[in-house]
Write a protein that binds this ligand. Sequence first.
Ligand code: ZN
Length: 164
Amino acid sequence: MEPVTEREIRASFVNCSKGEAKRLPVPGDLSACPWEDLDFLGWRDPSSPQRAYLVAPSVDGLVGVALRLASSHAGQPRRNMCSLCLTAHPGDGVTLMTARKAGRGGQQGNSVGVYICADLACSLYLRGKKDAGPGGRLHESLTLDEKADRTATKVAAFLARVME
Ligand SMILES: [Zn+2]
């Protein structure tokens, strides 16, 4: 994705109040982000482990969503697969995160869930820039571009569900 500024990030959030968007913790050193390797920017709140954020480009401009981690529960499978990048991680390396829906849906308490890499580094796993460990990535005949397109499509579909 193209590099974005803190201001653009704060203005992109669709499912939280302007006040929340103003206060949420944007990554400190945006100039150090590997933008050319990112399909979206995702990060966890360092001071609030149940909160995470995802910002992605779309045809209508940048879209950001605030996410909450569903509390981990006993009895989950040993290995889960991220629904966005299809990387498998053991334990809680893949987490169910929920986004309050934008607008009226959110006011009524509706949310949308997604199973996602707990560190939101999908783009890096996809490109082999971050190692998911043995068995983390399936062997596929797709090119990297095709895999990145697939992830971008899944992210767009998730964001569309948040905004519908
Ligand atoms: Zn992922």
